[in-house]
Design a protein around this ligand. Structure first.
Ligand SMILES: [Fe+2]
Length: 290
């Protein structure tokens, strides 16, 4: 039977430094770390605390740049591995994008052209990661600032083909799905329907910000109602192995963060009740057809 970890929190560096973080970790069934924040022995004592607490950890890197065709950043991966080895890592993930081109740092998660050539490069890089890790690897959908014209595939086709070719899993970031649906004007429920959910083992929930009518994935506010609705819709179709609430800016009190964890748990529990998941799905389908 597939292990269900439940709902946890991302622990950015700012949270790692706060008083009470040991108690916070004690309340969580799983946590997520961005390894680049902990390179070079930074906050080693925090990683030791996590190890001792036995809390399962999702290592979620931001700079492996798996979309850089023909470039595998082995040095960077070795540093990530060091952090993975310092805690109880149960999953490793990064984003389906590129952050480096010809070895030069771009400084942000950048949308890939959804083409066969790029797909092959991504699959090569994923295989190299899978060959060097003991835990499942997952890719995450990003917020697109643009879409490359004349791509051969839709985003969902591109993702599905990579999942099916490599056997890697997916973190579905529903905040990113929602933001893209608003910025590019598509139906996020249909987007979820198009993804092969057999591969979706993780979910990210977060809040964003709006500027001049455009939404951004700032991770700087509470999770908005449309993202909760998408979560209920997904949970009715598939129980992910883990869900992570992500908050990197304007970080509130631990009580407020735990409130969002509890709301997510409530949605998961309801969706696990016989018959209710059907009715949630039905409500969402009806809402979409309005
Ligand atoms: Fe995310």
């Amino acid at each position: 039977m597939v292990k269900q970890y439940g709902v946890g929190l991302e622990l950015p560096f700012e949270i790692a430094q706060r008083d009470g973080v040991v108690d916070l970790v004690g309340q969580l069934p799983i946590v997520e770390l961005i390894p680049e924040s902990f390179f070079f022995g930074k906050k080693d004592e925090f990683l030791e605390m996590l190890k001792k607490s036995e809390v399962p950890v999702v290592i979620h890197s931001v700079e492996m740049s798996i979309g850089s065709s023909g470039e595998f950043h082995q040095k960077h991966f070795n540093q990530i591995k060091q952090v993975m080895d310092q805690v109880n890592t149960v999953f490793y993930s990064d984003h389906l994008c590129f952050t480096k081109f010809d070895g030069i740092e771009i400084g942000q998660l950048t949308t890939l052209p959804w083409t066969k050539q790029i797909m092959d490069g991504v699959c090569d890089n994923i295989s190299k990661i899978q060959d060097q890790t003991q835990v499942p690897f997952l890719i995450e959908n990003i917020t697109n600032r643009f879409v490359v014209p004349d791509s051969a595939y839709s985003e969902t086709e591109f993702i599905n083909r990579i999942l099916e070719k490599t056997g890697c899993k997916m973190i579905m970031d529903l905040a990113n799905t929602y933001i893209n649906s608003v910025n590019f004007g598509f139906d996020p429920y249909k987007w979820i329907d198009e993804i092969n959910l057999d591969f979706v083992e993780g979910v990210h929930l977060a809040g964003g910000d709006e500027e001049d009518g455009v939404l951004y994935d700032s991770h700087g506010s509470n999770i908005p109602a449309p993202v909760w609705d998408l979560y209920a819709y997904l949970a009715a179709k598939k129980t992910p192995q883990f869900t992570i609430v992500e908050r990197d800016q304007n970080i509130p009190t631990f009580e407020e963060l735990m409130h969002e964890v509890k709301v997510a748990n409530g949605i998961l529990e309801k969706s696990a009740m016989p018959g209710l998941s059907e009715s949630i799905g039905q409500v969402r389908r009806e809402a979409r057809s309005l």
